[in-house]
Ligand binder design. Structure first.
Ligand SMILES: [Cu+2]
Length: 316
């Protein structure tokens, strides 16, 4: 097992895969796949025993992801869009082809889909069992394959296209916070506002590990993303809520709704938040600092960052 220090990694040191040695074993694997209108032509690196071809022992399933700006997506049924889950797909027959290494997997209702899982239970010609799990994204299909016994044309049922996310609404918490800017703005002339700055920089970190404000002060926190390589945000939280908000933010990472919430969980422990900023952008957060002095953590809730990307707001 090796780790490398880079994007989305908690590794502290560089690492790499240096060498792979052949230990003398054998490996059975698919050498090529051709996607046809009515199934797959698979070629393996060894001859397959035709007697081992049994469509009842084969299994196929399909699912789509939701295309969106979110980080990740659940797996959605193709037949029932919006419902999470996989659809099983009928495998009508399996056929050995002339070269001995290729088989045709007849799937009359095969169509474009983001993920197609095919499980086969085969034997090589010399009797070794072989149960590959193959995953394909299907975008284009070649013409109907007809060169097998029992072929007949089967009408294609209609299918649902790849799903797409709707436009994202603005997070209401940000709107409420932005309304604060008007209140705070009136007091600018009185210099009654505390101005602080926080920068996200390369290496999953904030340039300022610590910020200081007075208790109960009106604060304008200018957050800048100076990291050229990835998006970041900042969320100031109650002292005892750091881990739970961090953990919850990781769950949002798997949800298409996560991006609308800027990966910030709905939690009373959130004191102030910025949206997720792309590289080079800035955002001013207006908020009132806690009345109770103490050390208030801030963290980045962009997926994978929170455990290392933190700092402390010291309220005095
Ligand atoms: Cu970040």
């Amino acid at each position: 097992i090796v780790g490398t220090d880079g994007w989305q990694s908690y590794a502290r040191e560089d690492g790499s895969l240096q060498r792979i040695r052949w230990t003398g074993g054998e490996m059975l694997f698919p050498e090529s796949v051709e996607t046809r209108r009515n199934g797959f032509i698979l070629r393996f690196n060894e001859s397959i025993d035709p007697r081992s071809l049994d469509s009842k022992k084969a299994f196929a399933a399909q699912w789509n992801y939701l295309h969106s700006e979110a980080y990740g997506s659940p797996e959605y049924s193709v037949r029932n869009p919006g419902i999470t889950g996989h659809d099983t797909v009928e495998i009508r027959s399996l056929h050995a082809l002339k070269d001995g290494k290729s088989i045709f997997v007849e799937i009359p209702q095969l169509h474009p889909v983001m993920q197609f899982h095919l499980h086969l239970e085969l034997k090589t010609r010399d009797g070794r069992p072989f149960a590959p799990d193959l995953y394909y994204s299907i975008f284009h299909q070649g013409e109907e394959f007809t060169d097998f016994p029992g072929y007949r044309e089967i009408a294609k049922e209609s299918w649902n296209d790849f799903p797409h996310a709707e436009e994202s609404p603005v997070d209401p918490r940000l709107l409420a916070q932005e309304a604060q800017s008007k209140i705070v703005g009136d007091e600018q002339v009185l210099s009654a506002i505390e101005r602080i700055e926080l920068d996200a920089i390369a290496g999953l970190q904030y340039a300022q590990k610590e910020l200081r404000v007075k208790a109960g002060a009106k604060v304008a926190l200018t957050f800048r993303n100076l990291d050229p390589s990835m998006p970041h945000n900042v969320v100031v939280v109650e002292p005892d809520r750091l881990s739970s908000i961090g953990e919850e933010s990781m769950k949002l990472a798997a949800s298409p709704k996560g991006v609308d919430k800027h990966y910030v969980p709905e939690d009373k422990g959130v004191i102030a938040l910025s949206p997720v900023l792309q590289s080079g952008n800035s955002y001013v957060i207006y908020f009132r600092s806690p009345r109770k002095p103490g050390s208030y953590p801030y963290l980045c809730t962009f997926p994978g960052h929170w455990q290392v990307m933190q700092g402390k707001l010291i309220v005095e």
